[in-house]
Design a protein around this ligand. Structure first.
Ligand code: DOR
Ligand code: ZN
Length: 348
């Protein structure tokens, strides 16, 4: 029996598009299924000012495939030198939809991030005043903290103090990976939300490490124990408006993933919608799929829900390429490790 499901066109509330040859290669993968995406600013050098964001948006629009209807929602990379007035102007111009805080050293290209959180206080206060969301990479970088504990410690040491010191600041805790983060978000008022990736709904830390090391499953925050994955699935499928998809699709060429010091990032843009649908189907939660993919994020970012649609159709199986090509080299598409059944067609 064919089953179909039509939902408003999904958005990706956390995406790495990179630049140059990689941008050209990965942009069509996202634009095929998603209508908008929050574009991460961790280029080298990072997208720090409104002028940087405007130039980057132009490069994205120039790389857009023929006939695509996709809107990049730009963000600024928060540094200790960020000028609150520049942020306010970029937001007022409709150019920038969030500011991204990377603790310095937390992940790929985060060296220009924040070490002293007091130094960014004026920017955070300005953002609270104008209602501009703060996106957070929620991991401490203290070498004494075990990598599997870094998200939970971040909540106590950084996130909670920032929220208490900046009332009214709208925050998105990005790519949450723990039951601790889910509980914290559930217990907070609606000005706090969280993105969840497709891959963290699928893998736990055993998938990375048991039977050989799987570099294409290595990302940051690193996947945790199974109990945490289950908490993420429960949150995503609950319909709670504070949780929505942010794929964190993060392309790195295979040569740099399959490496003595492999880069962090799972590339999921190509199949994320089908992967998420599969998870929701397994949980008998397809009635909540539109909330997670298409409604909750738009509400948090105070943007209209897409008037375009996307139709998912359940069949024998639906296949995706295992790699995509770029002029820099091949990029491996995330392998969920189980067959996918929901194929995607886009409507008007
Ligand atoms: O796995 C990740 N890859 N996590 C991040 O936070 C950054 C991203 C990237 O840019 O490669
Ligand atoms: Zn990311």
């Amino acid at each position: 029996m064919t089953q179909t499901l039509t939902i408003p066109r999904p958005d990706d509330w956390h995406l790495h598009l990179r630049d140059g040859a990689m941008l050209k290669a990965v942009l069509p993968e996202t634009a095929r299924h998603f209508g908008r995406a929050i574009i991460m600013p961790n280029l080298v050098p990072p997208v720090v000012t409104g002028a940087d964001a405007s130039a980057y948006r132009d490069r994205i629009l120039a790389a857009m495939p023929e006939g695509a209807d996709f809107t990049p929602l730009m963000t600024l990379y928060l540094t200790e030198e960020t000028d609150p007035e520049d942020v306010a102007k970029a937001a007022a111009d409709g150019l920038v939809h969030a500011v991204k805080l990377y603790p310095a050293g937390a992940t790929t290209n985060s060296a220009s991030g924040v070490t002293d959180f007091d130094k960014v206080r004026p920017v955070l206060e300005k953002m609270a005043e104008i209602g501009l969301p703060l996106c957070l990479h929620g991991e401490v970088t203290d070498p004494d903290i075990d990598i599997f504990d870094r998200e939970a410690v971040f909540i106590d040491r950084v996130l909670d103090p920032i929220r208490k010191a900046t009332p009214g600041l709208r925050v998105v805790m990005e790519h949450v990976t723990t039951a601790d983060a889910v509980a914290y978000v559930q217990g907070a008022p609606k000005d706090l939300a969280a993105t969840i990736t497709a891959h963290h709904l699928v893998i736990n830390r055993n998938h990375i490490l048991v039977g050989g090391i799987r570099p294409h499953y290595y990302c940051l925050p690193v996947a945790k124990r199974e109990v945490h994955r289950q908490a993420l699935v429960t949150a995503a499928t609950s319909g709670d408006a504070r949780f929505f998809l942010g794929t964190d699709s993060a392309p790195h060429i295979d040569a740099l993933k399959e490496h003595a010091c492999g880069c962090a990032g799972c590339f999921t843009a190509t199949n994320a919608v089908s992967v998420v649908a599969e998870i929701f189907d397994r949980e008998s939660a397809l009635d909540q799929l539109a909330a997670f993919l298409s409604l909750n994020g738009a509400t948090h970012y105070k943007l209209p829900v897409s008037v375009r649609t996307l139709t998912l159709r359940k069949g024998e199986h639906c296949t995706y390429p295992s790699k995509i090509d770029s002029d820099d080299g091949p990029v491996t598409v995330f392998d969920p490790g189980f067959p996918l059944h929901w194929s995607v067609t886009t409507g008007k």
